[in-house]
Design a protein around this ligand. Structure first.
Ligand code: ARG
Length: 400
C-alpha cells in the first residue's frame, strides 16, 4: 500500500483531479511537485494554491529552466536531435528533468511512490516511468489517469463535485505541452490528419514582424552563447530567439509521427527557437567538422533522437553517444547568420576561427593553390576497379 506519493503537477484539469482521486482510491497522501520548464502559466503561487485546494499535503515548486537548458536542451542541440527528421523533442526533453526533481522530492518527503497524470496512449507515460525506473527503481509508480476511465467531461464533473478549482472548460479541446524548446498542440479537429490546423492554435509563431532582418548566433564548442554580439545566458538566449524567429511566423511543424506505443498520431508543433538553433548549429558544423566525423555523426543523430523520444534519456547508450557528440564539438565555435523574412528563416553565412574551409583550395580565381596535376593520377586510380569490371564483366566486355 502506498502511503505517500509525489505527483508531477501541472495545475491543469487532470493533475488537479488526480490529487483528490489518488487520496480516495489509493488512500495515500499526495505531495504535488510542479517543475517550471518555461511553460505558460507556471506561476508558483497559483500552482501552490490550486494543489493545496485539491488536497495536497504539501507542494514543491521548482524552477528548472536553467537546468533544462544546460543539461538537456544543449546536448540535444549538439546532436541536432530531430525525431523522424523533424521534431526537436520538446516534451521528450522535459520529462527526464521533471523526473529528476520528482525523485528528489520523493526522497525529501519520504514518499514511496511517484505519480503522473498521463494517459495510456502517449509517449509521456513511457518517459516518466522509464526515467523513474532508471533513477530510482525502488519507487512505485502510479498512473491515476490511466486507471480512472474518466472522459474529459467526467473529469470536469468530478472536479465540480469535489470542489477542485479548475479553469478547464469544455471548449478547451487541445492537449498542449510547452517549454523553452517549443510547444506541442494535439487533439481537437487536428485528429483528422487532412484537416488544416485552426489559426487559433498557434501562439509562439504568430506572424507580427514585417521587415526582413538578420540574426547572428555565436556558438562556442557547440553551445549558443550570443545573439547579434550580445552575450546571453542560455535561458535568455533561447527565449530571445523564440521571440525573434517566432515573430516571423516561422517554426511550425505539422506531421504524423510514430509514437512508442505503436500509434501514428498527427502532431502540430511550434518550435521557432529550437529549429533555428539546430539549423544554425548544423550549418556551423559543415565548416568545422572533418568529413568522416561529420558523416558518422549524421548517422548517429537519428538514433540519439529516438532514444530521447522513447524515454531512454537515462541509459548507457545515450550516455556513450553523449561522449561521442561532446568530443565532436571541440571546434564547433563561430558564427552563423540567419536571415528572417515573414514565413522564412534561412542561413546566409557562417564563419569560424577553426574553419576547415580553405579559400586557396576552393577558389577558381588566381589565388588557387590546389595542385591540379595531382588530380589526373588520383582520378585514374579511383576509377581503376570500375574500369576493370567494365572490361571483364560490364558494358566494355563486348568490345574486347
Ligand atoms: N507527440 C509529442 C511527444 O511525444 C508531444 C507530446 C505532448 N504531450 C502532451 N501531454 N500534450 O513528444
Amino acid at each position: 500500500m502506498t502511503k505517500r506519493a509525489v505527483l508531477a503537477y501541472s495545475g491543469g484539469l487532470d493533475t488537479s483531479v488526480a490529487v483528490t482521486w489518488m487520496q480516495e482510491r489509493y488512500g495515500c497522501e499526495v505531495v504535488a511537485c510542479a517543475v517550471d520548464v518555461g511553460q505558460d502559466g507556471a506561476d508558483g503561487d497559483t500552482l501552490r494554491q490550486r494543489a493545496l485546494a485539491a488536497g495536497a499535503i504539501d507542494v514543491v515548486v521548482i524552477d528548472a529552466k536553467a537546468e533544462l537548458a544546460r543539461d538537456y536542451l544543449v546536448p540535444a542541440l549538439k546532436a541536432n536531435a530531430l525525431y523522424e527528421g523533424r521534431y526537436p523533442l520538446v516534451s521528450a526533453l522535459s520529462r527526464p528533468v521533471i523526473v529528476k526533481h520528482m525523485v528528489a522530492a520523493a526522497r525529501q518527503f519520504g514518499a514511496d511512490a511517484v505519480a503522473h497524470g498521463c494517459t495510456g496512449k502517449g509517449n509521456d507515460q513511457v518517459r516518466f516511468e522509464v526515467s523513474t525506473r532508471a533513477l530510482a527503481p525502488d519507487l512505485e509508480i502510479l498512473a491515476p489517469a490511466r486507471e480512472w476511465g474518466m472522459t474529459r467531461e467526467d473529469a470536469i464533473h468530478y472536479a465540480y463535485d469535489k470542489g477542485i478549482p479548475i479553469t478547464a472548460t469544455k471548449e478547451k479541446v487541445y492537449s498542449i505541452d510547452d517549454n523553452l524548446w517549443g510547444r506541442a498542440i494535439e487533439c481537437g479537429e487536428m485528429e483528422d490528419p487532412w484537416a488544416v490546423p485552426p489559426p487559433g492554435v498557434w501562439s509562439m509563431t504568430k506572424p507580427t514582424a514585417t521587415e526582413p532582418r538578420d540574426v547572428v548566433v555565436r556558438f562556442e564548442q557547440g553551445v549558443p552563447v550570443a545573439i547579434d554580439d550580445v552575450d546571453l545566458e542560455l535561458v535568455d538566449l533561447i527565449t530571445t530567439i523564440n521571440e525573434v524567429v517566432g515573430s516571423y511566423g516561422w517554426g511550425r511543424i505539422d506531421m504524423v509521427e510514430n509514437r512508442r506505443v505503436g500509434i501514428k498520431s498527427r502532431e502540430t508543433y511550434e518550435c521557432p527557437g529550437s529549429l533555428a538553433l539546430i539549423m544554425a548549429h548544423a550549418d556551423l558544423e559543415s565548416i568545422t567538422l572533418e568529413r568522416d566525423l561529420a558523416r558518422e555523426k549524421a548517422r548517429l543523430e537519428p538514433r540519439y533522437a529516438e532514444l530521447i523520444y522513447d524515454g531512454l534519456w537515462f541509459s548507457p547508450l545515450k550516455e556513450a553517444l553523449d561522449a561521442f557528440v561532446e568530443s565532436s564539438q571541440r571546434h564547433v565555435s563561430g558564427e552563423v547568420r540567419l536571415h528572417l523574412e515573414p514565413g522564412s528563416c534561412r542561413v546566409t553565412g557562417r564563419r569560424s576561427p577553426h574553419s576547415l574551409y580553405d579559400y586557396g583550395l576552393a577558389t577558381y580565381d588566381s589565388a588557387d593553390v590546389f595542385r591540379h596535376e595531382d588530380s589526373a593520377g588520383f582520378v585514374r586510380l579511383w576509377g581503376l576497379g570500375i574500369e576493370t569490371w567494365s572490361q571483364r564483366q560490364g558494358p566494355g566486355s563486348e568490345h574486347q
